[in-house]
Design a protein around this ligand. Structure first.
Ligand code: MG
Length: 496
């Protein structure tokens, strides 16, 4: 049965296909940029990407009349309402953001890429400062265009997490952060989960770990013909098409768990895209609905499944065969290594208990930057003060502070909360799936059962329902941090 029958919607979708083809092209460009492109190709790629974006704007604006007509149709099914809602959001964006602002933003972010890398390498914020000033100024203008009657953060947040506002986020963090502080203090006091483990300093054989990662993708039953993995500096996952989803991993010299859990994380993102209803291919709803929901899928597989006691039991024999450094450590010790807990300065290396402090801090700081109460020039010192307040540690230099993340150089303001929302929704999943006895996993057969449940409940509709509505349908309520708190208490504080 086909999802779409309303003639106006069918017509609109036919006219949308060239736009979907441009999404396909841009995604392939992006993947190539991160994996294969020679460095000097960057300028031409940036120009080409900007041209595509402008073309996309023009093609979307050309559909204005049809979109407005389709929107007025009375008897639409959920899938039809979904595609119209998503196209309408794209149209709204392109109507409000003039072409020259789109182009300036695109150029400013491309121009910032090399200075950010250099600044980070030399731990010298001044190299990046003028670029970030320009980007911040353009983002304020963008927010003003999108919604002049609200906090600039709300306007930008909506681009990543539809319908979410700072009122929601303030509420979530005000519950989550004090609870996390308590769990962290108790966990550190008990000492059951070590702060450090010698395996973090151990070298490993990259070829052997590649074989492990290969096996892990088969354990997760990733469909070989529709999925591929490559190596890149920063791991990511990208949808090219419903039958072509790609991830990357990285292999640093030590600490093999970073590569292994990075791989599982990206597989979680990829599974979401691979399990979207194929009838939504080439429609605007044929992809994950928001940053938060997407990240919930990666964090679910990485942390709730991947770092569990049961998954460690499943993978330990394989790891022991392949990685010689493991000969000294039994299964319990490897589980401890997977779950070390300590406040640290680098977000991407943070454990489950301290990760959200990094996000809460960036969220507070970004609000001030967009409002103009913190100037870009003040950032390094404000960053250091704020992170010290959350983690009790002060960065020794800006590379370990304000320069660590790439997001601002990309012009991504208001995207960080998506990571915490991902953890929150993953906690909601833990709650529900534990009640349904799909968790904790019990061997290989649990994996397809979990994938099947996620496909039916989260993945299949793609972007058909806005995130709050999707959560309501699945859980009976919106973003609720209590599931995450229960999950963490259960894992870190339970006796035995
Ligand atoms: Mg992710």
């Amino acid at each position: 049965m086909t999802l779409f029958s309303n003639p106006l919607v069918v017509d609109l979708l036919a006219k949308y296909r060239p736009i979907a083809a441009m999404t396909h092209t841009s995604a392939l460009f992006q993947w190539d940029l991160e994996t294969n492109m020679p460095e000097a190709g960057a300028n031409a790629r940036a120009q080409a990407q900007a041209e595509i974006e402008l073309l996309r704007q023009k093609m979307t604006l050309d559909l204005t009349g049809l979109i407005e007509k389709a929107e007025k149709q009375k008897t639409l099914n959920d899938a039809e309402k979904g595609v119209i809602r998503v196209i309408k959001r794209e149209l709204d964006f392109y109507q409000k953001i003039p072409a020259d602002l789109l182009e300036q933003l695109q150029k400013a972010t491309v121009e910032a890429s090399v200075p950010w890398r250099e600044a980070r390498k030399k731990a010298d914020f001044r190299i990046f400062q003028p670029h970030l000033e320009k980007i911040t100024d353009l983002k304020r203008k963008q927010a003003e265009r999108l919604n002049p009657s609200t906090h600039p953060y709300n306007a930008l947040l909506d681009l990543f997490e539809e319908g979410l506002t700072i009122t929601d986020l303030d509420q979530i963090f005000s519950v989550l952060i004090p609870q996390l502080k308590k769990i962290l203090a108790k966990t550190l006091g008990q000492g059951k989960f070590p702060e450090k483990h010698p395996l973090e300093e151990a070298d490993y054989d990259v070829e052997a770990l590649k074989q492990v990662n290969e096996k892990l993708t088969s354990l997760l039953d990733m469909p070989g013909k529709r999925f591929r993995q490559d190596v890149s500096t920063h791991p990511f996952s990208i949808r090219i098409a419903g039958d072509d989803v790609r991830i990357t991993t990285r292999y640093q010299p030590k600490n093999f768990k970073a590569s292994m859990f990075g791989l599982i994380h990206e597989c979680g993102h990829a599974l979401y895209e691979l399990q979207v209803d194929r009838e939504l291919d080439f429609t605007p709803s044929g992809t994950g609905v928001s940053s938060g929901v997407h990240e919930s899928q990666s964090r679910f597989w990485e942390n709730i499944v991947g770092r569990s006691r049961q998954f460690t039991s499943m993978t330990y024999p394989l790891l022991k065969t392949k990685l010689s450094s493991l000969s000294l450590y039994d299964e319990n010790q490897v589980y401890s290594y997977f779950n070390t807990v300590r406040p640290s300065l680098i977000r991407v290396e943070a454990d489950e208990l301290t990760y959200n402090f990094h996000i809460a801090m960036r969220y507070e700081l970004e609000k001030k930057m967009l409002q103009g109460t913190v100037q870009v020039s003040e950032l390094p010192s404000v960053w250091n003060d704020m992170i010290e307040e959350y983690l009790g540690k002060r960065p020794p230099d800006d590379a370990q502070g304000v320069l660590q993340d790439v997001h601002w150089s990309w012009g991504q303001y208001a995207n960080f909360p998506g990571y915490s929302l991902g953890n929150v929704i993953a906690g909601m999943l833990w709650n529900t799936l534990t009640r349904k006895q799909l968790l904790p996993i019990k061997g290989d057969k649990s994996i397809p059962a979990l994938k099947g449940w996620l496909a039916e409940n989260i993945h299949k509709p793609g972007a058909t329902y806005p995130p709050k509505e999707l959560l309501n349908r699945v859980f009976g309520h919106g973003y609720d941090p209590s599931g995450l708190v229960s999950y963490l208490e259960n894992k870190y504080l339970a006796p035995n």
